[in-house]
Ligand binder design. Structure first.
Ligand code: PLP
Length: 362
């Protein structure tokens, strides 16, 4: 938006803002927002209907403000990876995007540091919460360089640092021991190290959740949108030291998480195995699509997520994006010239994407 009416007291910091969002186009193959392509299984849908019916009598009441049952259930899910996690270490909200917003509201006491290319919503929320965002380029092959990070910390003294791993849009994974080294180097600096792990379940790397006992200044953001195939429900969560959670309770809106959301998420967590039964298939498909793209001559970044970031085409990103859309295939142009990101779909969808790529090339 460039022209705002003069009577509207829009904040100066927002005047030049774009409205976030990937294009929503009906009737196309959607490989642009990293959703899980498989619907929840019928048996889970039935249980969700029942759960909602049984709480519907209480919809005249506000929901549980602290989402006790849900956080307890999330803690149980996380204990499959890390033993020492209790409800006090968990916070839940409407998608991890809301968790991120709460982190900014509570902890962006000075500037915030992030890397690019990475998740564009981090700088977006920085902007709408009035936080100063400092962006640094990732190194060669989109690697995170510890020395660069530490010199930026010296220079800017940020209050929050964001690392996304597996990274979106590159798919790159920061090794656990590298994260531990970074966490250790930030001890005593009054910095919250936020590790966005929206795609953790698609990667074999040890989760950053294993760091929070030793390093209480590490906060891990996770979501049910991707691995749980539950994006429409809007459930994201934080795993962190209990003091980090306390800060988020100050800034959350009262009753932010609806009873319907909490009930549906509880059912999904009770059915974790079934909800995640397609994970292995998606990971296998990721390799198949990567191999085929490479055979077509593209360069594809290694990915620990449910998407691939590729380059090596002659057109501009926007031209190839448009050519694919002309064939009813919607991928993501993240604004990083020379690259596009494609989400892994069902096997049929992946073949359709690859066919379209071949026909555009040929
Ligand atoms: C998809 C994604 C999210 C998830 O957002 P939700 O609000 O939980 O749906 C968070 N971080 C990254 C890096 C993502 O790609």
């Amino acid at each position: 938006m460039s022209e705002w009416p003069s009577w509207l007291p829009l904040k100066a910091s927002l005047v030049d803002s774009d409205i976030y969002g990937a294009p929503q186009i009906a009737e196309v193959l959607k490989l642009n927002t990293n959703e899980n392509p498989f619907s929840p299984p019928e048996q889970v849908i039935d249980q969700i209907m029942q759960a909602i019916k049984s709480i519907a009598h209480d919809l005249n009441r506000y929901p549980d403000r602290d989402a006790i049952e849900l956080r307890d259930s999330l803690a149980k899910y996380i204990r499959r990876e890390v033993a020492d996690i209790s409800i006090d270490n968990i916070w839940a909200a409407n998608g991890s995007n809301e968790i991120l917003q709460q982190l900014f509201l509570a902890y962006a006491s000075s500037s915030c540091l992030g890397f690019t290319p990475s998740y564009s919503v981090h700088p977006l929320i920085a902007k709408i919460t009035g936080s100063n965002w400092i962006s640094a380029q990732l190194g060669e092959n989109f690697k995170l360089e510890t020395n660069q990070l530490l010199s930026l910390v010296e220079k800017h003294n940020p209050s929050i640092i964001f690392i996304t791993t597996p990274n979106n849009p590159t798919g790159g994974v920061v090794e656990f021991k590298h994260l531990a080294e970074i966490a250790r180097s930030l001890v005593g600096k009054k910095i919250l190290l936020v590790i966005d792990q929206a795609y953790a379940e698609f990667s074999t790397e040890k989760s950053a959740i294993n760091l929070i006992q030793e390093f209480p200044h590490v906060a891990v953001v996770r979501t049910m949108s991707k691995a749980f195939a539950f994006a429409g429900t809007r459930i994201g969560y934080l795993v962190a030291d209990k003091n980090v959670v306390q800060g988020l309770k100050i800034v959350r809106l009262p009753y932010h998480l609806s009873s319907l959301t909490q009930a549906a998420a509880l059912v999904a967590l009770k059915n974790t195995e079934i909800m995640q039964s397609k994970l292995i298939e998606i990971i296998k498909s990721r390799q198949i699509v990567k191999d085929e793209l490479e055979q077509l001559g593209f360069k594809v970044s290694d990915s620990g997520a449910n998407f691939l970031f590729f380059t090596g085409f002659k057109q501009s990103s926007n031209q190839l994006w448009q050519s694919l859309l002309d064939q009813q295939v919607l991928v993501r142009d993240v604004g990083y010239e020379g690259f596009l990101r494609v989400s892994i779909g069902t096997p049929d969808e992946n073949q359709k994407f690859l066919q379209s790529m071949k026909s555009i090339l040929g």
